[in-house]
Design a protein around this ligand. Sequence first.
Ligand code: NAD
Ligand code: DAU
Length: 338
Amino acid sequence: MRLLVTGGCGFIGSNFIRYYLKNYPKVSIINVDKLTYAGNLENLSDLSHSPRYHFIRGDIAEAARMEELIRKGVDAIVNFAAESHVDRSIEDPGAFMRTNIFGTFALLEAVRKVFPGQKIRFLHISTDEVYGSLGETGAFTEETSLAPNSPYSASKTAADMMVRAYYHTYGLPTVITRCSNNYGPHQFPEKLIPLMVSNAMEDKELPMYGDGMYIRDWIYVEDHCRALDQVLRQGREGEVYNIGGGSERTNLYVAKSILDRLGKPHSLIRFVADRPGHDRRYAIDFSKIKRELGWTPTVSFEQGINQTIEWYQTHREWWKKIKTGEYLDYYKRMYQDR
Ligand code: NAD
Ligand code: DAU
């Protein structure tokens, strides 16, 4: 089996590639990544000599190039490539529209051009953010209406609709997954958990948006990869599968857990101005994937956060290198006068 993975140099994509090559000795993977600020070749440097792994620097929005690649023989595509950070989408939405919407469209077009001669399974990685925000109770099901609130989630919703349309109109074998907040090794330190872990390790402030009582459902990245594996192999065409960690936590709880584990004072938390349009709560009903594919999350938040902190402690070089140049400019813009 030959897999084309897009965005494989990012956080989830690189974890997925490593998971897949480890568990399926007969699979080979082509990783197409544009290497934006979030793409990091070091995330997969241990695989650079593997005959089953091939990296190509490329943009999913280049439809002709994607078609050329696909024609060389690909059985399935896993589309991770995206601009993924909500705060950046608020600051500058353009790149999100280009990659998340137009890029997905271009990739679908490339698949359509070779169809039905080549039947390529298209697994599109979406997000629970397409459903918008929850009140104090309830959880998103696959039937929850779509109500994105940020430019990021709006662009992901548009892409989902395009994937859906290509299934219904052209019969492309597509499947969509919508997962909650991931954490674990190799996550770019702009996202809440790696930002707070690395800041705490450097005795820097932990910026807490609003009242800190916003809730996310945290899933350890390897659990997500296992779910994607099952959906890729057994998910029904044209369907959507929600994936969640069953670990709802407030942001304040997450920050305090990190500080406690690192032996740092809670006074490092600094309450800052809120994110505009901030979704209050996400929670996932993952009963469909459990019922149909037998998947459930296996890593508790306590286990996962310990493993994650340990990874950032033992990979200081990895994140120290990132926290320079463009990152520092971004950090200043985002947090200095907040
Ligand atoms: P990330 O930002 O860490 O990585 C994104 C990767 O995509 C980078 O390697 C980047 O270089 C690449 N990329 C960006 N634009 C590209 C383009 N035009 N062509 C080719 N490559 C391009 O993101 P992540 O957190 O790993 O998220 C991966 C996917 O999972 C995204 O689609 C995201 O929406 C989705 N998702 C993320 C989470 C989460 O908690 N991080 C949860 C649910 C869904
Ligand atoms: O739910 C899935 C989504 O999770 C993915 O689709 C996105 O790609 C991913 O970035 C993530 O989005 P969030 O906006 O939920 O993640 P983030 O880590 O940016 O923020 C998590 C929560 O923490 C959110 O309520 C905002 C808050 N926050 C975040 C940062 C960066 C802070 O309070 N302070 C911060 O400095």
